[in-house]
Write a protein that binds this ligand. Structure first.
Ligand code: SDX
Length: 424
């Protein structure tokens, strides 16, 4: 791959390490040989660690750039739809019109769940968090397709991708229906992917549901904006689980579990809870001070990002979509939007946030859109998980279809050295 070297001096040793370049982005230093020299690298949180090679998504955090297989997220959000982006992430190229039509048809034919799966929902309390239900039900999918989970078989990986893309909206909507005691709505093949999701969320058997095209387009944009994001915490979890040879449904369930945390995918739910807690524009300064206080665990949810040290390009598209949806619904004076806009303005002028390059991220505005559409905050991360399933699967697929080893990090041990058990 390279004849370029990095030189490392450790004690009286000088170690030469290979340096590799990608097509774009920072070079990497191959440190795999260090274990033979009796030293490890140390990088809790993986701030400076490239855990793998990938060709799916590129992020330039300093310049607010996000590319999916080379295409800028702004252009995909403007001109594509979620299923076409799924095809792109999975296969590496945009589909031809014929391939796109066939892909849309294929997904439509896999949206139903095995009827036995209804029983999994009924095992949960009605007030169970929908993410708890989604974790359980998606993991349980492996029990229904155990004869088609040979990770070395490309055809079986492809059918699994189609099943997951198609079934996640059904599972997500059923999580919601179960929590409000309404009957499950079956998918309809005459609706688009996002229209179908809104139908399964808000339709009832007593009357035909007519999806609002503006809301359906907003949902599709939200799906696109959350589809993939390089080696984030949940995607890295999926890759690590997959490196053991675990089946794809179990790996996706591990990604759902990791996404649930408020520092990651749970932030969209936490943003709405934060805006509600702030309650009024007059309280904003108090909460900005809380966010800056090291002794206060409060953080400005929806702000900051490990990689973006400039605007999250998804947040810009999300902000425009928020205005479109609120205008369509006659909610331009939504008090939460007012608080969010004022909070954003103050934070972007405050030295603490400017110095630390803390900008709004993808989660800051998405919750305002989802709430306006009528989706409860407990469902926000479920929707994030539904959208991100294609990203998780694409990374899992990229790994298992190539050469890979089981992921097994080491540690800096600071516990007790050997001591004998006090025999009485
Ligand atoms: C997602 O990785 C991805 O790609 C994730 C994601 C994806 O699509 O997969 O983009 C989705 O998870 C977006 C992030 C959603 N999370 C939130 O909005 C929660 C609030 N944000 C923070 O928890 C935080 O910013 C993180 C978790 C997003 C990033 O954490 P880092 O990179 O570990 O940054 P850090 O905690 O080291 O913070 C650096 C400094 C610290 O202050 P100092 O110690 O330098 O004085 O910035 C401060 C932090 O205290 N800081 C914040 C803050 N975020 C960071 N202070 C107040 N409010 C915040 N939100």
């Amino acid at each position: 791959m390279t004849d370029r070297k990095a030189t490392l001096s450790v004690g009286d040793k000088t170690i030469e390490l290979p340096v590799y370049s990608g097509t774009v982005g920072p070079d990497v230093i191959d440190v795999r040989g260090l274990v033979q020299e009796g030293v490890f690298t140390y990088d809790p949180g993986f701030v400076s660690t490239a855990a793998c090679e990938s060709a799916i998504t590129y992020i330039d955090g300093a310049n607010g750039v996000l590319l999916h297989r080379g295409y800028p997220i702004e252009q995909l959000a403007e001109h594509s739809d979620y299923l076409e982006v799924c095809y792109l992430l999975l296969n590496g190229e945009l589909p031809s019109p014929e391939e796109n039509k066939r892909f849309h048809e294929t997904i439509k034919n896999h949206t139903m769940l095995h009827d036995q799966m209804r029983n999994f929902f009924h095992g949960f309390r009605r007030d169970a968090h929908p993410m708890a239900i989604m974790c359980g039900v998606v993991g349980a999918l492996s029990a229904f397709y155990h004869d088609q989970m040979d990770v070395t078989d490309e055809k079986q990986r492809q059918i699994t991708a189609h099943r997951l893309i198609a079934k996640m909206p059904t599972i997500a909507a059923w999580c919601y229906k179960y929590s409000i005691g309404q009957p499950f709505m079956y998918p309809r093949n005459d609706l688009s992917y996002s229209e179908n999701f809104l139908h399964m969320m808000f339709g009832v058997p007593c009357e035909e549901y007519k999806p609002n095209p503006v809301l359906a387009k907003a949902m599709d944009k939200i799906f696109i904006l959350h589809a993939d994001h390089e080696q984030n915490a949940s995607t890295s979890t999926v890759r690590l689980a997959g490196s053991t040879g675990a089946n794809p449904y179990a790996c996706i369930a591990s990604g759902i579990a990791a996404l649930w945390g408020p520092a990651h995918g749970g932030a969209n739910e936490a943003v709405l809870d934060m805006l509600a807690e702030i309650g009024d524009e007059s309280n904003i300064e108090k909460y900005i001070e809380k966010a800056k206080d090291k002794d206060d665990p409060f953080r400005l949810m929806g702000f900051g990002h490990r990689v973006y040290k400039n605007f999250d390009p998804r947040a810009k598209v999300m902000r425009e979509t928020a205005h479109e949806v609120l205008r369509e619904l006659g909610l331009e004076n939504d008090p939460l939007l007012k608080i969010a806009q004022r909070l954003e303005k103050i934070a972007l002028e405050d030295e603490y946030f400017v110095e630390r390059k803390l900008y709004p991220n993808v989660d800051f505005y998405s919750g305002i859109i989802l709430k306006a559409i009528g989706i409860p905050t407990s469902m926000f991360t479920v929707i994030f998980a539904m959208s991100r399933t294609i990203g998780w699967f694409s990374h899992w697929n990229e790994m298992v279809s190539g050469n890979y080893r089981i992921g097994r990090p080491r540690q800096l041990y600071t516990g007790p050295t050997k001591r004998d058990y006090p025999v009485k």
